[in-house]
Design a protein around this ligand. Structure first.
Ligand SMILES: Cc1cc2nc3c(=O)[nH]c(=O)nc-3n(C[C@H](O)[C@H](O)[C@H](O)COP(=O)(O)OP(=O)(O)OC[C@H]3O[C@@H](n4cnc5c(N)ncnc54)[C@H](O)[C@@H]3O)c2cc1C
Length: 321
């Protein structure tokens, strides 16, 4: 399949942000297409239980994903299963979105909602126990470990801050770091060292995550200096060794922070006119479903206004005003 299709707005990624943007675009009677490489739902499909989405005290990730997809479809969302390969803005202000199917989608606006990818340890057991002890999100999963012994892997701001947060629930939190000092900011380190529930294990790397039918049971470690191996009993392992926003699709320069998160204005517009960003790949304090759908709501409504202003500019130019 090849060729070109034209739209008012192209939404890239059907996680909570993309599905919400598609719903609002549908309500706004925009000609929109939502491009998703997998099944709609994004990170909701990688977690069993979702907490703290207003109206749902506790809901299965896949159930919320289905409800959001059905809601977007009700408002006419045109969802295509296709991998986006690049996003390029031409000099006439039209975006060309190239996909793996060979079809190029064109529109004056794009909402990028492609989320991000937590860096994996890439050790045996990590995938097997994901959602059954292994987690990449303290706010999301911390409450499942009340009174238990868990470990945090990493040494940057995220690891140190989240370890402190996790002591609200866990009885004991080990922080496992491959070096003998943290990269995290001094203030976060001070808070961590003052917390009696936290114990730091220096100079160790994870070799394997082991468990049974009920989930994770132990973390197998290697000492980076002596090479001696050891085993730590833990029912939870929170991995914070990096999170990469999925922004490599954008082929032109855009403003971002030092970690690569996209900077937007209060309309969610990036430094590239007509390119909007919403959800986990945007610079923000926290990354939750509520923040993703909030961003997306703003972005979809801002797209409507941008299109109206653009049409006015084009009409005026054509009559020589
Ligand atoms: C284990 C875990 C548990 C969590 N639990 C909670 C919770 O309980 N409560 C809560 O509020 N939040 C929770 N979160 C956070 C929440 O899931 C995210 O903040 C939210 O999903 C972000 O939505 P998003 O739409 O920005 O991105 P995502 O959900 O990551 O969706 C991005 C979508 O873009 C697609 N995509 C990426 N690249 C391309 C491409 N090139 N072409 C086409 N499609 C592409 C992806 O396939 C994906 O579907 C959890 C996160 C994790 C990892």
């Amino acid at each position: 399949m090849s060729g070109t299709e034209e739209f008012d707005v192209i939404i890239v990624g059907a996680g909570p942000a993309g599905l919400c943007a598609a719903m609002y675009a549908g309500r706004g009677l925009l000609k929109a297409v939502l491009l998703e490489r997998g099944v709609p739902g994004g990170e909701l499909l990688n977690t069993e239980w979702i907490d703290d989405y207003p109206g749902f005290e506790h809901v299965l990730g896949r159930e919320l994903a289905k409800k959001m997809t059905d809601h977007a479809t009700l408002f006419g969302a045109d969802i295509r299963q296709v991998q986006v390969e690049s996003i390029f803005r031409r000099s006439d202000g039209i975006f060309e979105v190239a996909t793996s199917s060979g079809v190029t989608f064109e529109a004056p606006t794009v909402i990028l909602t492609a989320g991000g990818t937590p860096t994996k340890l890439d050790v045996p057991g990590e995938t097997e126990y994901a959602g059954r002890g292994v987690s990449y999100c303290a706010v999301c999963d911390g409450a499942f470990f009340k009174g238990e012994t868990i470990a945090v892997i990493g040494g940057g701001d995220a690891a140190v801050e989240e370890a402190d947060y996790l002591t609200r629930y866990a009885e004991k939190v080990y922080v496992i770091h491959r070096r003998e000092q943290f990269r995290a900011s001094r203030i976060l380190q001070e808070r961590l060292f003052a917390n009696p529930k936290i114990e730091v294990i220096w100079n160790k790397v994870v070799r394997e995550l082991k468990g049974g039918p009920s989930g994770l049971q132990s973390i197998e470690l290697d000492d980076t200096i002596t090479g001696v191996d050891s085993s730590l009993a833990a029912s939870g392992c929170f991995i914070f060794i990096g999170f990469r926003p999925n922004t490599g699709l954008v082929k032109q320069h855009f403003e971002h922070d030092s970690s690569g998160y996209i900077i937007t204005d209060d309309r969610m517009m990036t430094s590239i006119p007509g390119l909007f960003a919403a959800g986990d790949l945007r610079v923000q304090l926290t990354r939750q479903i509520t923040t993703a759908v909030g961003d997306a709501t703003t972005a979809a409504i801002a797209v409507e206004k941008y299109l109206t202003e653009r049409r006015t500019r084009v009409d005026q130019a054509s009559v020589g005003v």
